[in-house]
Design a protein around this ligand. Structure first.
Ligand code: F6R
Length: 609
């Protein structure tokens, strides 16, 4: 996730406005920033790695001439956060300048093709191919307009993009295009604007034109023209007046970042399906060769590791040990050695306990692999190979979208390893891969159809003093995560156990009306899970079941239930089943009158041991 903004002003310099607008998009990414403008047929460009304020202090981002320009604030996906990888990117001549938010899946093929035609690349980004491809198209046919050259270019791109292009060829225009990455125009008496998100231009105009997938836009001082990419047909669309306050706009109209981030999951899950194959292959190769694999992480990331241990075991027959990072040194510090492999999972890449475990393992010559949301973080620097989960910044303290993205990447790794090892049948593999592709839509359906029900559930149980979360098999990890979410933001004491363990002690807590949340994935554990539900029911517990929509038996046993779509393969069930639990924690917190974004005593990144 990155932020893009640009404008053509009738009066005034573009650069200071671009700088101020990028600041409002900083929540979308903040590892590098860049601005480019045009004046008198000449391009002016400043960019560097670092947060906007730091780069501004160094370069003065307001000091570029011209009334037209584009800007970008980056969250690295391809290439480390270095100046050379910061946007805008240019073609060989420096006359075509591009900013991009999204992921170009076929960039390696395109890059090779362009290099064979003599183009010289300077960055490691996927974006740079766009500038060179436009150059190539214009080189082949000088009659093309800039808009036509961009049109021909985007037809060759696979993946997601919101792009903006300026060029000395037509120095009074900005050409934008969109596919699966957000793009919105703003219109005022003083000019036109484009941005990843409304807050970027809200202080200058509240008139917005929403751009749809498959559209190309030509912006000029006189206004905007929208065309369909597939057939160049013109689309007429008038601006809408946005009634948001700037505060609401930053959260896209959601009352809290946490809710916004829960709702972002269909999009973030789509992003994780665009992982760079190369890194998935590399990591699964390391895992394949490993003698023993420890997965180290804290909190929610640990729950992703716990779920992953079931995925690796069931799909690739690889035993792995999920370990709380804070316990790793005590538990395994003496035995870890050159034959050990550590897969460290950390959203922030900066969690002190996780880094301490990694350092210990490294000192004993173990191989360290990383999975993180923050490219450029310490974890990426100390890992032999790392993979970025591409969820974009998460502002809410409670991890939501980054958890489901971690699970999706780990499931893909397990599948990759399974393929290498030939452990499951082709039919099973095809089935799981197809369902993985459908997951973003499934999650969207859950949010659309179940959110109101969860809200009512929160009202019903708002005075409960204690909650139980139970699941069997991989759903144990889901139960732990549901418990952590409710506890950390709603401050409701909660207990989670593998359901089979509950009768070895915790069941003594059960009294009449005590809420027990069961995670009821339809997998090999279901029959015994039904027995566990019966045990709880017999002692007067109120059963809240998260069930597949066709699971009539469990629905009949439950006091309340929330449905998820049917046909979810066991190894990926934590992704859809986690969504109602995130919503439950969120709405319980509202019932308690607390702010879910800023739970007391907690920090987003825990950098102390
Ligand atoms: C819970 C939560 C924390 C983090 C934990 C690890 O909602 O966010 O439990 O999961 O502090 O953080 P990372 O993944 O950044 O290492």
């Amino acid at each position: 996730m990155c932020g893009i903004f640009g404008c053509i002003l009738k009066e005034g310099k573009a650069a200071p406005l671009i700088h101020a607008s990028l600041k409002r998009l900083e929540y979308r990414g903040y590892d590098s920033v860049g601005v480019a403008t045009i004046q008198d047929g000449e391009i002016y460009l400043k960019k560097d790695k670092g947060k906007i304020d730091d780069v501004h202090r160094l370069l003065n981002l307001d000091d570029l001439p011209g009334n037209l320009g584009i800007g970008h604030t980056r969250w690295a996906t391809h290439g480390a956060p270095l100046k050379v990888n910061a946007h805008p990117h240019t073609d060989c001549t420096g006359n075509i300048v591009v900013v991009h938010n999204g992921i170009i899946e076929n960039f390696s093929e395109l890059k090779l093709e362009l290099e064979n035609s003599g183009h010289v690349f300077v960055s490691k980004t996927d974006t740079e191919v766009i500038a060179h491809l436009i150059e190539e198209n214009l080189g082949k046919n000088a009659e093309l307009t800039l808009a036509d050259a961009v049109l021909e270019t985007v037809k060759r791109l696979d993946g997601s993009y919101a792009i903006a292009v300026i060029s000395t060829k037509e120095p009074d225009k900005v050409i934008c295009a969109r596919n699966e990455s957000p793009l919105v125009l703003g219109v005022s008496d003083n000019g036109v604007y484009f941005a990843s998100d409304i807050p970027a231009f809200l202080p200058v105009t509240n008139k917005a034109v929403f751009i749809e997938d498959g559209e190309l836009i030509s912006l000029s001082a006189t206004g905007y023209e929208i065309k369909k990419i597939k057939d160049s047909s013109v689309v007429k669309r008038k601006p809408k007046v946005i009634a948001w306050t700037p505060e609401m706009a930053v959260k896209q109209g959601y009352p809290h970042f946490m809710l916004k981030e829960i709702h972002e999951q269909p999009a973030t899950l789509r992003n994780t399906l665009r992982m760079q194959e190369h890194y998935l292959d590399l990591i699964s190769t390391f895992l394949d060769r490993a003698t023993e694999v420890f997965m180290v992480a804290c909190g929610t990331s640990y729950h992703a590791c716990l779920a992953a241990s079931y995925m690796f075991s069931k799909l690739a027959f690889l035993p792995t040990y999920p370990v709380y990072a804070s316990e790793f040194i005590e538990q395994h510090g003496k035995s870890v050695n050159i034959d050990s492999t550590i897969l460290a999972v950390s959203q922030s890449g900066e969690t002190a306990d996780t880094l301490a475990a990694v350092t210990c393992a490294q000192q004993r010559a173990a191989t360290v692999l990383g999975l993180t949301n923050a490219i450029g973080s310490t974890l990426t620097r100390v890992s032999r190979v790392y993979i970025g989960q591409q969820s974009g910044p998460e502002i809410g303290v409670a991890a939501t979208k980054t958890f489901t993205s971690q699970l999706s990447v780990l499931a893909q790794l397990a599948l990759r390893l399974s393929k290498k090892r030939g452990k499951i049948s082709q039919d099973e593999m095809d089935y799981i891969e197809a369902r993985l592709e459908e997951l973003p839509d499934m999650v969207e359906t859950i949010i659309q159809t179940q959110e109101e029900k969860v809200k009512q559930l929160a009202k019903k149980y708002k005075d409960a003093k204690l909650f139980f979360f139970l699941g069997r098999g991989i759903s144990t990890a889901t139960a732990y995560e549901g418990r952590l979410k409710l506890m950390e933001i709603a401050y409701i004491p909660s207990i989670a156990f593998p359901a089979g363990e509950s009768k070895h002690g915790p069941i003594s807590l059960i009294e009449q009306g005590f809420p027990v949340v069961f995670i009821c994935a339809k997998d090999g554990t279901r029959k015994t899970l039904v027995s566990n539900i019966m045990e709880m029911k017999a002692r007067g517990a109120s059963i809240i079941a998260i069930v597949e929509e066709d699971d009539e038996e469990i629905k009949a046993l439950s006091d309340d239930y929330i449905e998820v779509p049917k046909g979810i393969p066991e190894v990926m069930s934590p992704i859809p089943f986690a969504i109602p639990l995130q919503l439950l924690a969120y709405y319980m917190t509202l019932e308690k009158g607390q702010n879910p974004d800023t739970p007391r005593n907690l920090a987003k990144s825990v950098t102390v041991k």
